[in-house]
Design a protein around this ligand. Sequence first.
Ligand SMILES: [Zn+2]
Length: 173
Amino acid sequence: MAQARIDIICETCGKEFTHTKICFNRKEADSYEEWAKENITVCPDCYKEACRKFEEKKRRKALTGNIMKRAWKIAREGAEKFGGSPREYFRESLRMAWGEVKETASDLKGSEKQITWARKIKESALAMLFAGMKPEFVPEAIKLANGKTSAAWWIDNKDMFDSARGVGRAIKG
Ligand SMILES: [Zn+2]
């Protein structure tokens, strides 16, 4: 056994940190050190932060995509009811779709930190749920979702919110 050990300066925050790895023998440790010098460029803290940002971006993209789907649904319904093309209704529909999600996600109980996190989870979950739903069922879904007032509930159940069906099941339970 041999330990690979190199000192690296983080290219994001400038902090110096030591990276170590147990290798099978010295030769492997040496070649690992060579590899690490080229490839490990950020410290564990900055790496974690970069991962968090990536996840946040992914979540944001999914949220926006679902809001768009929902907005088109409202726009199509408007066009069917009042005539014209869905495109003419889209701008207002988008505003409405965001409004539904934001308003519904705003009423939660818990610590400030829990509420901030739970609100994001709830926004994503609702956007996904509403995206595939007929507009006439949305008020009932909002009522059910608002029955779950505890921020902790949204955080604890977040793994169930990977599909519209999952969200529906969770808020009904
Ligand atoms: Zn760093």
